[in-house]
Design a protein around this ligand. Sequence first.
Ligand code: UDP
Length: 417
Amino acid sequence: MKRVAVLSVHTSPLEQPGTGDAGGMNVYIVQTATRMAALGVEVEIFTRATASGLAPVVEMAPGIKVRHVVAGPFEGLGKEELPGQLCAFTAGVLRAEARHEPGYYDAIHSHYWLSGQVGWLARERWGVPLVHTAHTLAKVKNAALADGDAPEPRMRVIGEEQVVEEADRLVANTDVEAAELVKLYDAAPEKVLTIPPGVDLERFTPGDRGAARAALGLRPDQVALAFVGRIQPLKAPDVLLRAAAELLVRDPSLRSRLVVLVVGGPSGSGLEQPRALQLLAEELGIGDVVRFLPPLAGDALAGLYRAADVVAVPSYNESFGLVALEAQACGTPVVAAAVGGLPVAVRHGVSGCLVNGHDPAEWARVLGHVALDPGRREELAGNAVAHARRFSWERTTDTLLAAYSDARNAFQREVHR
Ligand code: UDP
C-alpha cells in the first residue's frame, strides 16, 4: 500500500472539531492519516474548499496532503445543499488524479455518504477498491430523533443504499453498526468489517487532576459535570442541564458546589437557535451553574476532561462516541446513553454508567450516584483508564490498512477473472 485517497467532502481535517460539521469524523481521519503516514503510506485527503484563500494543496504533515476541491460557492453552503455539488466535487477529484500516472492511488476510503457517492465513481475510473465508513446512518438516526428534530431526507437514505451496494468494504465502528448495515441496508455480510476507532493515548492521560481543576478555576470541593461536543439536539446537552437542575431540587445545598461545563459550538439543527442552551439554563434557573466554553483543542481539552468529575454523553444516537473514550483515558468516568456504540465505549458499572432513555430524573440519579460519591467515582476512574487503553488509533490504522490490502487483492482477482 503506497498511497490512499481519502474523501471527506463535507468537512475538512484542518477544521477544529467540536463545532459546525467538524466532529469525530475529522478526528478519525486525522488520527488514522497520521499513523498511516508514519508507516510510510501517503495519504491525500480531498475536501471541499470553503474559503477563497485556501491553497489548492496543503501539506498537513509529512506524508499527508489536503486537497481543496472547488465545488460550489466557498461560503454559505449548508451540508444539506452539498448533494447538488457532488458532480463538481467528483470532477475535481478525477482531475487531480489525472495529473498522475495510472495507479497513483492504491485504495479509496470515503467518509460519510456524500463522499461515498464520489468514491463510487472514482473506484470505477481508477480501478481501485472503495472502502467506506458511514459514520452515521440515516435510517438509524431517523429511528431515534431528538424532539422536534427533522428526519434525514429520503435522498440520503437512497444515497447510502447505493454506496453500501457499490463499496468493496464497509467499515463499521461496532458490531451493532455492522448488523445495522446488513439488516437495514442489505449489505453483503462479507463486505462488512468491524474496526473500532481509537483514542490518542499520548494526549489523553490521567495527568495532574488538581492542576487541571485549578486551571479552570474549580475549587477542590466543587462538583463538575461536563458535556463535550457539537451542540445540537441529537447530542442532547439539554438532558445534562435538566438533570443538573433536578440534582439541585433534590439537594439545594449543592448549588454552591455544582458546576456544569459545556464545551463546543453549535452544529446541525442546533445552528437554527445557537443560544437555545443558554436560554434553557436561564429558564431552569441554573444560569449561574452552567459555564459555556468554546471548542477546545489539544492539551486544553485533555485538561477539561481531567478536571471534570463526570463527563456526560446523553446523545439520542452515537455511532461510537470518541468523547467517551477520551474522557475515560483521562481518568474520568462517563455517564452515557445506552445507544449506538456507547455501550462499547463505556463499560457499564465498570468504567462509567449507561442510562436507558433521557429522563432527566433518571440522569440526575445516575450522575449523582457517580459524581457525589467520591469512593464510587475513584473506583470507576481507575477502571476507565484501563478500559480506554483497550482502544488505540495504531490498532485502528493497522486494521484499516489490512482491509485496504485485502480489498485490493479481491478487486484485482475480480478484474483478472
Ligand atoms: N472535540 C474537540 N473539541 C471540542 C469538542 C469536541 O476537539 O471542544 C472533538 C473530541 O475530542 C472528539 C470529537 O470532537 O474527538 C467528537 O467526536 P464524537 O465521536 O464524540 O462525536 P461526533 O462529533 O462524531 O458526533
